[in-house]
Ligand binder design. Sequence first.
Ligand code: AHR
Length: 705
Amino acid sequence: MKQKKHIKLRLLLLIAAAFFITPGFTQTPVITLNVAKANTNVSPMLYGLMTEEINHSYDGGLYAELIRNRIFKDSKTEPEGWSLVKDDPSSKAEINLIGAEEHVPNDERRNAINGAMQACLRLTVEKADGRVGVANAGYWGIPVKPSTTYKASFYIKGTDRSEPPRWPWEPKPTTPPLPVIENNTPGPITISIESTDGKTVYAKGTINLEKSIYWKKYEVDLTTAADVKPTKDARVVISTDRVGVYYFNLVSLFPPTYKDQPNGFRPDLMQLLVNMKPKFLRFPGGNFLEGPKITDAFPWKTTLGPIANRPGHNGSWGYRASDGMGLLEFLKWCEDMAAQPLLAVYAGYSLDGDHIDAGPLLKPYVDDALDEIEYVIGDTSTYWGRKRAEDGHPEPFKLKYVEIGNEDWFDRSNSYDGRFNQFRNAIEAKYSQLICISTIPSTQYPSMKVTTGKEPAVVDEHYYRNSWEMWENASQYDTYDRNGPKIFVGEWATREGKPTTNLNAALADAAWMTGMERNSDLVIMSCYAPLFVNVSIDSATGKKAWQWDSDLIGYDALNSYGSPSYYVQKLFSHYLGNKIVPATIANIPMQKMPLSRRDSAEHKAQKSVPTLFYSATMNDTTGTLYLKIVNTIARKQEVKINFDGAKVSPEATLVLVKGDHPEETNSISDPQKIIPVKETIKGIKKSFSRKLNPYSVNIFEIKTQ
Ligand code: AHR
């Protein structure tokens, strides 16, 4: 038995050796840093963020609103997220979605408040034995926290048994007649945050309903007690104990927000982002910019002003967007992170493949983009600059880059050249300081790239890859043409692990980032995607929250966490100098890349990829040097590091992200399995060696003189 075990072990070792041993493995890898030649600038905007409404990034994510389907437009047939509450089953009551269908009956149209709020929820109470009301399930729950004040508001109106005024030629109502019940009576209406079974009330407030058949907004604060245990297994209930017909609209509940801003953001998520120190935010997409149909493109104009005026729109990821996160919120979000907006404007191409040709039909879209830019940077003497001031932000925002569309290589009509130029010409004519980004990268899509007029100054490249592909391509920018456009890597990710990525993905991300960093004269900006994922799974209160596996930051209604990739990005952005330190590496150990099924079928030879990746930058004012080395394999690797042209302090800081298995990950129930650790290391000198941990990202912060 014992012998059998030995044979097995030896066999395993042999396989492992055959897998790993390649010529380079016998000698110690050597990285030589030419500190004296650190002359090339690191792009000051190298690391930013990309965002769009996907995976419930805003509704059920960063945007702090807790009520799902607050204006009852999420479905045309059901009051999604809402249910009837009867404390005593003998009560007689029902709820109906009103005015949400395509062709709204004439009488139902009378319930509209404005162009944004045409649908509403009707609660009909014929018999009230105790409490009767409507409940909202929130976005996979309502977060309950101790000593917390929630701001509730809702529009409500009653009804009257008399028929509404009607011209003789008007059709009779098509909706079933209301039951013969008493008219609404004035009196208390209660709103509570309570457990999903209604047995525990965490916070409660009451408004005094006036007797009226006209809409009125009521507001009330709800505060939880200090001893409440945090939970997300809660709902919001608005209830009465009187018969009547009650109409509800724009029901809203806000917990405390980041910096207490009205209509603001979830503080935990904001903090995770602020900690990344991003230099820019690319918004509003991604696919969310374009929409499935031309009419679904991000409608920035109707995302402005009071939330009562925002109709929301069809999103691009299978659910409606409330547009509570509107253009101004995106801009304020940038401001809160001290990041610059990178504004993507809709360029006349949508996801289902429809486009508007360059020329007169495209002009309104170009004008719309000019208006949007004016809203962002126009001073208050301009029409849209004044609007922004009226919305509460007189100061123009900073803007340098405008992206024309998104992934227009999907547009098989070859119309991008004309569309890009029509946008670019109009934008540059009005704002010569702005740089327009083309979404067709010349290297990947040479036959589709913009050829008319001057070459685009910046092109956006997207990469979604597995770890092997990342390792294989981590050096791709080392050989890119320096005379072509600058590169914006506007979406990239190693797609391993779900819903957030695992350690292996983080190792591949880090390898990829060393390549961008070494070449940040060319790669001037980069941002990972997608940023956010609500990790809630199918439940009674809603179907699975996410559409895209492999995301950076996960959360549910109550808690949030960063993936290993998140920590790698945070560290890369923190430990970054302003000059690239030229470096060479010798004796890189290689490993064999598995063949894909197709490659095997085609009898292709196995490729080898490095097991170590590096980049070095330094701050030329402080003399601090940042050396990043990634060890992607299961064993320790010794690396010799030489410094040319600088003296180094004997003590340095080493920041590490590491783990025991590539599949290790963080999750909502184990949020800190993989987090950075910091240590002080000694013995740094002109030439020193260090054994790198298996599966590790190593960042050395070294003082030079
Ligand atoms: O990041 C997810 C999607 O991937 C983006 O919306 C789109 O631009 C890309 O195809």
